[in-house]
Design a protein around this ligand. Structure first.
Ligand SMILES: [Zn+2]
Length: 410
């Protein structure tokens, strides 16, 4: 078992969540009587390059199956984030009708539509057929495939496609072979092209004990120090970085070819490297005390659920997403006695069941019909937005609950 980046033998455990079904595998009613597949979920730190990573290499095609149900366009806050990004990039780098923007993991075209609105030619790449079909129906050209060095050569460069901007949100941490992926980015980028990627920041994961952002589809957990090292190994250089509130704290990195001297290096680069080093992220010890903090959250979840149950209070969950599945599966919450049901805005998830826990997923109207005492916001990173949307639960004395970074009832 070797590090995905530097091939050093992995022997330092970051956290062991034991096992979990693939977190996006929602179950149909007829599947409830079928066996379910669980995969180990053990995360290692490479003591050489400090890349935090899942140990086993699952076949990507079995995770991103054709039933993958995450449609980016169902999140209004994520759409607003995508629009702000596109407008900012057009303003900052002057992309126009002669430019080429390529998004990797373009999903249903949620982001590229905003570049298309500026008349910038766009191309999406995504392995998931049903989300890509939605993008294509919206007029966003999309290649249904996995991105990597071979793809960049044969499907882009050989067809005279090179990019002025290559971007990807929440994909860099999701690729099994991160070296090959970044090499593909290098190959497909024009001489003065720009690369941006957004991914959850490992420093925030550790500081706020965000262990529920760990799931099988998520192969790497990235610090700026490590990402910079991986990009440099492929001849790409960081020239800026932004810290974003998305997904509980993300980084947006800006990279370019190392020999492209047209872009100044922002002081943000040295600033963040210093802060990560000051936090201890260059030392292996930083990664060694995560497990007991995760276990403490498990105890808080059980204490809350048992107390609510003993008091005769009803509890439901909001948001049938990967985070909630990691939390519920690690904590071993199953069935409908403690959490009656979950709700989700996406019709693709409604009338299905969460994997392993078999908690049914209903539509949002079910909240007002059932009038629960507590609504657990499983995607705690959206608690402000969701709390505002569901403020009507106050009418019957309902309260919200989040468990990360610690139990909060409000
Ligand atoms: Zn390594």
């Amino acid at each position: 078992m070797k590090c995905r980046h530097c091939k050093t033998e992995l022997n330092q455990v970051f956290v062991d969540l034991i096992n979990c079904p693939p977190s996006n595998d929602m179950l149909k009613p007829e599947q409830l009587n079928e066996p379910e597949t669980f995969f180990p979920l053990k995360i290692f730190t490479c003591h050489n390059c400090l890349l935090v990573q899942v140990d086993e290499m699952r076949k990507a095609d079995s995770i991103f199956n054709s039933e993958y149900t995450y449609f980016s366009s169902f999140s209004t806050s994520w759409l607003a984030h995508a629009k702000r990004y596109a407008d900012m990039m057009v303003e900052r780098f002057g992309f126009n009708e002669k430019s080429q923007v390529i998004e990797i993991a373009s999903n249903d075209g949620y982001l590229l539509q905003y570049f298309a609105a500026h008349n910038v030619p766009v191309l999406g790449v995504d392995p998931t057929a049903n989300t890509a079909a939605v993008a294509i129906s919206k007029g966003i050209p999309t290649i249904i495939d996995f991105f990597g060095a071979d793809f960049a050569r044969t499907r882009l460069v050989d067809k005279n496609i090179k990019a002025d901007l290559i971007l990807g949100n929440n994909v860099l941490a999701h690729v099994p072979d991160i070296n090959d992926f970044v090499q593909g980015v290098k190959i497909a980028l024009k001489k003065t092209g720009v690369v941006t990627f957004e991914f959850p920041h490992l420093m925030r994961l550790v500081e706020e004990c965000q262990f529920d952002t760990i799931y099988h589809e998520h192969f790497s957990y990235l610090s700026f120090i490590t990402v910079k090292r991986i990009f440099e190994s492929q001849g790409l250089e960081m020239f800026d970085v932004e810290e974003l509130p998305t997904h509980g704290g993300s980084l947006r990195i800006f990279a370019k070819h190392k020999d492209d001297i047209t872009k100044p290096i922002s002081p943000n680069v040295a600033g963040l490297l210093q802060r990560e080093e000051a936090a201890g992220m260059k030392k292996p010890e930083y990664y060694n005390n995560f497990q007991p903090r995760v276990e403490n959250i498990k105890y808080a979840v059980w204490e809350f659920l048992i107390k609510a149950q003993r008091e005769g209070k009803t509890v439901i969950g909001y948001g049938a997403a990967a985070k909630g599945n990691t939390l519920l599966n690690y904590c071993g919450v199953k069935g409908t006695d403690l959490i009656r049901f979950a709700v989700d805005a996406s019709p693709y998830k409604q009338n299905k069941y969460l994997p392993a826990s078999h908690i049914p997923v209903k539509d949002l109207n079910s909240i007002a019909e059932f009038k629960p005492d507590y609504v657990i916001i499983l995607p705690w990173n959206l608690k402000k937005e969701i709390g505002e949307q569901l403020n009507y639960i106050r009418d019957w004395g309902g309260k919200f609950v989040t468990f990360i970074p610690e139990l909060s009832v409000f």
